[in-house]
Design a protein around this ligand. Sequence first.
Ligand code: IPE
Ligand code: IPE
Ligand code: MG
Length: 231
Amino acid sequence: MPQHLAIIMDGNGRWAKNRGLPRSAGHREGAKAVKRVISSCLDFNIPILTIFAFSTENWKRPKNEITYLLKLFERVLSKEKANLIKNNIKINFIGRLNDLPNSLTEKMKELHESTKKNNKLILNIAINYGGRAEIIDALKSITLKIVEKKLNIEEINEDTIRDNLYTHNLPDPDLLIRTAGEMRISNFMIWQIAYSELWVTPVLWPDFDKTNFIEAIRSFQKRVRKYGGKM
Ligand code: IPE
Ligand code: IPE
Ligand code: MG
């Protein structure tokens, strides 16, 4: 079993378009797929799930879509709070969280606080997240440590970078799933996925179900991970 599963949830817009519906309908349906995937992780004892909810590049979208998405996050977080607690899920957020609307960050803080002792599943939500922004932020905190003479340049190694990423307390993803068929990373966890196994499916995110989930896990289980070494 992968210990850390990461997902680029893509295809909400296409799902809606195929049905002649507004993109918002795709996002709403996508939220249901998130519930399904959380339940699959609980069933299969996968301890860490990271989902890409909103990227630093998604601000390029029309204002009404952005507003809808941010409100949807707020609504879902409130509505699911009790369920998340009941299922012993710990919620964590990664991204430039300070640039999100206050009402949303309040909900996020509250949910993080009230689930921090839970330990069945870590649900890591990437929101206003960009892999490059994360590396820039890491670089800033490393530079500050050098300026303050808490760190020597010669000491910088992979662990220094890792320890300054938003994901500092998490292992790298073992498996990265992308739905909706695009063969690209779209600025997601670019440092952490250096050796993750990739699985791309044409299935659109709102349609992603338990069968697709099992298919991805089966594929992962057949992979031979070499990390550049010899098997
Ligand atoms: C993924 O679906 C959801 C977010 C990026 C927030 P999209 O909205 O990107 O759906 P497509 O790619 O337009 O189909
Ligand atoms: C990636 O999907 C971001 C999220 C899933 C939140 P996008 O739809 O934004 O990616 P591109 O634009 O197709 O690369
Ligand atoms: Mg997309």
